[in-house]
Design a protein around this ligand. Structure first.
Ligand code: AHG
Ligand code: MN
Ligand code: MN
Length: 336
């Protein structure tokens, strides 16, 4: 059987599903940028890219050199092609305006340029998460600049979402809204090849992911649920569970898309004013779209993540996503 590259897959989607040509182009450019990021990541110490910048991002987190490099690669790759009205990133305080000399397009690109960057210096998988929205015309001002409100759309409005994972294999996982496809980078050929067609999250699971060190800060429903998981066969769930926590959301979600599981980052009492650690626009929404498209579920404990109306670009959210049965169980505990 002949190999299906990402380019060929996208062209076929354009023909059969009316995927607009400029969306196809956008995904191609994002994929190209991910290849470049992969190249920088894989050089490690040889490329002088490890370690911190000594700066903080808008979230007050220390920026790694590769956070900044990856952000720049994505901006430079995407700003001139004419397919975007603007971009927003976890690593930038404000929305990125397309420079005046370049044509503008219909889409908004939102990304976490390097997810799991605390893992970069210890050679554990990291990734890039992205989300694509349509830009409502009313937010393009007379001056041609873009109002940040354009980005504040619920996740249900995403027209595409995905991530690249830089691990033992580099992969690109993509949904255009009707399935989830996984492409593996053929390093010799330099192209992403379709290797994981129609990825599905099993409904049941016996594996969960949470940072247990925060246990004392969790809310009651999460404490109760995790204590039941830990009680195993002797507990009320009458089943033994296994735990994994990679501390790169891309890697944890990739495992769940491959063999099922439940990922949790609940809100906690360390920073009570924030509804969670993870970012709605850059992390939770794109991952929730992928997980739902693969047959799983994603909530913040009380509602479907994709239904949340964002109020600000860098908004945080609690996240419970993965195999449906367990997402429903832990969400139910929040209701009681
Ligand atoms: P980022 O590197 O983009 O800041 O994201 C890190 C996130 C996510 O990838 C991961 O699931 C979580 O933070 C890990 O948090 P802990 O350090 O609390 O384990
Ligand atoms: Mn992240
Ligand atoms: Mn990041």
């Amino acid at each position: 059987m002949s190999r299906v590259s990402l380019s060929r897959y996208l062209i076929e989607q354009t023909r059969s599903h009316n995927t607009p040509a400029d969306l196809r182009f956008l995904i191609e450019v994002v994929a190209r940028a991910c290849k470049e990021i992969n190249h920088a990541v894989s050089k490690g110490a040889l490329g002088g890219v490890l370690g911190s910048m000594g700066t903080e991002n808008v979230q007050g987190e220390v920026q790694k050199k590769l956070d900044v490099i990856s952000n720049e690669i994505l901006l430079e790759a995407n700003e001139w092609g004419g397919h975007l009205a603007g971009m927003a990133s976890e690593e930038m305080d404000n929305a990125y305006q397309i420079p005046g000399q370049y044509p503008k397009g219909a889409y908004l690109l939102v990304f976490d340029p390097l997810d799991g960057s605390s893992n970069i210096d210890v050679n554990v998988s990291v990734g890039t998460i992205f989300s694509v929205l349509r830009c409502p015309d009313k937010y393009v001002e007379q001056t041609g600049s873009l109002d940040e409100k354009a980005f504040l759309q619920p996740g249900t409005e995403q027209v595409a979402a995905g991530y690249a994972i830089y691990g033992p294999q580099t992969m690109l996982i993509l949904t255009l809204g009707d399935s989830v496809m996984g492409f593996t980078l053929d390093r010799e050929m330099g192209s992403f090849v379709l290797t994981h067609e129609n990825m599905k999250v099993p409904t049941s699971t016996a594996e969960f992911a949470i940072n247990m060190s925060n246990q004392r800060h969790w809310e009651e429903p999460v404490k109760r649920y995790v204590s039941e998981l830990l009680a195993g066969e002797e507990g009320p769930l009458e089943k033994n569970y296994n735990m994994r926590w990679i501390a790169s959301m891309v890697a944890d979600v990739h495992r769940i898309l491959t063999r099922g599981g439940l990922f949790m980052y609940p809100r906690d009492a360390r920073e009570p004013e924030k509804p969670g650690k993870l970012r709605l626009m850059y992390e939770a929404n794109p991952m929730s779209m992928l997980i739902e498209q693969a047959g799983g579920a994603a909530t913040n404990g009380s509602q479907r993540i994709l239904d949340i109306q964002p109020e600000s670009l860098h908004q945080r959210v609690a996240v419970f996503l993965g195999s449906k049965e367990e997402v429903e169980r832990v969400t139910g505990y929040h209701q009681g």
